[in-house]
Design a protein around this ligand. Structure first.
Ligand code: AGP
Length: 616
């Protein structure tokens, strides 16, 4: 949700900034802009549309400077227009600002600034903050030039209510850049002859592996290739430089047409990486390096609360099923956005776990903070190494799925399911699960990558099926038990990338309402992989067929269908029950992908969405 890059060094900034911005485009892509300090004044270029529009504009009218900031926007305040795009420029031309977050008291501040003679050309909260910095800059005329700009940012932020990750330049300060963070991520890249700022390490790793993850309430003042980190109250902070282990080529598209397809095909590797080093030597249980909670303490846990948003919430629903089944610990799943405002009764033996691909989702972060504030032990499952959620939780498990660029989550989802399965095994073995059951489960988990490899090879067959359903406007996704979350995820995937209305339900719930939707125009996708409930699911399918509904079935090899019942089938291999949710997810992802591409949709950047929701 909005991407920021800033650069101060001794090379031309524009190319470096735009390369970084391309890598952050998944965060927002309705407009973008770039500002540099050129010949003593701030030159701002903005374009509506994708970053490539901005790149084209800079090619036509190149800018020359070693200092600059840029931004790709996901609109919060004001429509998608050039005026509302960032960077904003203060009305006195002194300050330019890029910002991710929401300034909640911007109306009050705007009235104040208008009374002081500042004017506005956009509807955004960011322009208000930009003018507020300029107001303080003018007021600080007496302050020595070396600290005047940073002081004015600091003073402005003390009057702000809301969230921000920001980078600012001042027309009078050719070798200074100021960044600050509260609630929205900001990371510094520390190169040999350059310092960068960005919302995500993805924008930095091609320049430097050395980064400083800023925390809320911190401000960085960069002067040349030196920087100082302080609190908003000017207390010095010793920066911790982390070295990021990130292969830049992992984030490249390669031979694939879309990141989403690439990431679907990367699942065997991502799942292998999620398992690597996590099984005990005797092959009957698991081990995790970073839980920071002893087996003794884990045995005392009598309830687990799982919090997440979107796809990660669906992963939590599957984890609930797995942990209750294999570890016999009661689990509850909450939308993080609801939990944070609800005073849910928890007792001291409750373990709170948050799940987030990015590790930056603001609602999930808020749920984590609220749980910590109440004194609960917190764990995080995240793909975001060094992310805010990873840093603020008491312990956690990294997914190691590699960068996920497509806005629609695929490999991160299945790797969360893998981590959840291994965790269920571990917790189960700490309690009642037998050695033999543990060994069998480990064997079942180890087979997953090769089985997934076989399923992704069905892509072209699934493509042929997809073509038959391209013009449908409604879809039902149905599954029972551990397949219900996969049905929900299937419906989310289809709607977010193809804009087809889709709903997920437990198959048996169909008769309590959704059956009213069934017609020739509303196909149903059933997931039938569990022999125990197969006969019931087949009855539900027959109810659909009786109402002229088309049937697409994802089934396991041994869950055979009555002749002629399914219109289309996608068959996955038989497997240990723990593996079934992961395996069943793959055909559902591929079907959504191919339908969306056939409809001409931009699957990697679906309308109105952003990969990482860092504002509420
Ligand atoms: C996934 O396809 C979605 N775009 C979205 O629901 C996402 O899962 C959600 O915003 C949570 O993100 P996180 O895992 O990074 O916290």
């Amino acid at each position: 949700m909005c991407g920021i890059v800033g650069h101060l060094g001794n090379q031309n900034a524009a190319g470096i900034l735009l390369e970084g911005l391309k890598r952050l485009e998944y965060r927002g892509y309705d407009s973008s802009g770039l500002a540099v300090l050129q010949d003593g004044s701030l030159a701002v270029t903005k374009r509506v549309g994708r970053v490539k529009e901005l790149i084209g504009a800079i090619k036509q009218a190149p800018v020359e400077s070693t200092i600059g900031i840029c931004h790709t926007r996901w609109a919060t305040h004001g429509e998608v227009t050039e005026e509302n795009a960032h960077p904003h420029l203060s009305s006195d031309g002194k300050i330019t600002l890029v910002h991710n977050g929401v300034i909640e008291n911007y109306n009050t501040l705007r009235s104040f600034l208008t009374s002081k003679g500042f004017s506005f050309s956009s509807e955004t909260d960011t322009e208000v903050l930009c003018n507020l910095i300029a107001y303080h800059y003018a007021k600080e005329a007496e302050t020595a030039e070396g600290s005047r700009f940073a002081t004015s940012v600091r003073k402005a932020l003390l009057h702000v209510e809301g969230t921000y990750g920001l980078a600012a330049l001042c027309a009078n300060c050719p070798d200074e850049m100021v960044g600050a963070r509260h609630g929205s991520p900001l990371i510094q890249g520390v190169g040999r002859e350059e310092i960068l700022l960005a919302s995500d390490v993805a924008a930095l790793v091609s320049r430097t592996p050395d980064v400083v993850y800023m925390n809320d309430g911190e401000l960085v003042h960069i002067v040349g290739n030196q920087f100082s980190l302080t609190t908003l109250d000017s207390e010095d902070i010793k920066p911790v430089i982390n070295t990021v282990d990130w292969d830049v080529s992992e984030g490249e598209l390669g031979d694939f047409e879309h990141y989403m397809l690439k990431e679907i095909f990367e699942q065997p590797t991502a799942l292998e990486n999620a398992m690597r080093g996590r099984f005990s030597q005797d092959g009957s249980t698991a081990k995790f390096g970073g839980l920071n909670i002893t087996p003794q303490d884990l045995r005392q846990i009598d309830r687990i609360l799982l919090c997440a948003c979107g796809t990660a919430w669906h992963a939590c629903l599957t984890m609930e099923f797995l942990i209750e089944k294999y570890a016999r610990i009661p689990v509850e799943v909450e939308y993080a956005s609801e939990f944070r405002y609800r005073n849910a009764p928890l007792d001291k033996n409750t373990l709170v776990m948050v799940v987030s691909q990015s590790g930056e989702t603001i609602d999930t972060l808020a749920a984590l903070r609220e749980s910590k504030r109440k004194g609960y032990t917190t764990l995080a499952i995240t793909n975001g190494v060094g992310s805010t959620i990873a840093r603020e939780s008491d312990g956690g498990i990294y997914q190691h799925a590699g960068p996920e660029v497509g806005v629609a989550s695929t490999k991160a989802f299945t790797s969360q399911l893998m981590i959840g399965s291994i965790l269920a095994l571990y917790l189960g073995r700490l309690r009642d699960m037998s050695f033999n059951d543990g060994v069998e489960m480990v064997e079942g988990l180890k087979q997953i990558p090769s089985l997934v490899e076989k399923i992704v090879q069905l892509s072209e067959d699934i493509h042929r099926i997809a073509k038959k359903y391209v013009h449908k406007q409604d879809f039902l996704f149905l599954g029972r038990q551990s397949m219900f979350p996969i049905a929900l995820e299937g419906a989310l995937k289809l709607k977010e990338i193809s804009y087809i209305h889709a709903e997920g339900y437990p198959a048996a719930e169909m008769k309590h309402g959704p059956i009213a939707l069934i017609s020739e125009d509303c196909p149903s996708l059933f997931i039938a992989t569990e022999p125990d409930t197969l006969s019931k699911v087949v009855s539900n399918m027959q109810e659909v067929k009786a109402r002229k509904g088309q049937l697409i079935v994802v089934r396991s090899e041994s869950c055979t269908m009555p002749e002629g019942l399914a219109d289309d089938e996608m068959v996955i291999p038989d497997c240990h029950p723990v593996a079934a949710p992961i395996l069943a997810s793959i055909p559902v992802q591929l079907l959504s992908y191919h339908i969306a591409v056939e409809r001409g949709c931009d699957v990697d950047k679906p309308r109105n969405l952003a990969k990482s929701e860092t504002v509420e």
